[in-house]
Design a protein around this ligand. Structure first.
Ligand SMILES: [Zn+2]
Length: 154
């Protein structure tokens, strides 16, 4: 027996279509958010490697953060210049030859040896450019921890 074209069956059909579209939208959103979290995690991993190298440098140089970042990059990361790039920025890393970093380094950081733990906890060493990520941004602090903060709405 064919389904009768009654107002009731139309309502149910409409409801089913809306439910289905809603579920698709939610699934796409979940995948999107998951991808963003994964890439943000990868960005943090690269920042950790960089930051740890910076802190090690400071430890070996009386608390000073390298002034010449170009020299520091070339000395420590030859062949791994992808480390300076945020994975959010879509590019072919095999073709990247420049040492342009996606991270912004704070200038004139005080000597780490004269800073106390609280100062270090609040002193940003570098951060990922705000245009790289979609909703959040990563910051590396002088005590070696990384914070993810929501981007400010314009
Ligand atoms: Zn990033």
């Amino acid at each position: 027996m064919a389904i009768q074209d009654t107002p009731r069956s139309k309502k149910i059909l409409t409801f089913m279509v809306v439910l289905f579209l809603g579920m698709i939208a939610l699934t796409i959103m979940a995948i999107y958010l998951f991808q963003e979290r994964m890439i943000s995690f990868k960005c943090k991993q690269r920042m950790q490697v960089l930051g740890d190298a910076l802190l090690l440098y400071a430890e070996e140089n009386d608390g000073m953060i390298p002034v010449d970042m170009e020299m520091f990059k070339r000395r420590n990361f030859t062949g791994r210049n992808y480390i300076w790039q945020c994975p959010f920025v879509d590019r072919d890393h095999s073709k990247v030859s420049s040492w342009d970093a996606d991270f912004i380094f704070i200038q004139n950081i005080p000597n780490l040896n004269v800073m106390n733990e609280d100062d270090k906890k609040s002193q940003i060493l570098f951060y990922c450019k705000p245009t790289n990520h979609i909703k959040k941004q990563n910051f590396y602090y002088a005590d070696g921890h990384i914070e993810t903060k929501a981007l400010k709405e314009e």
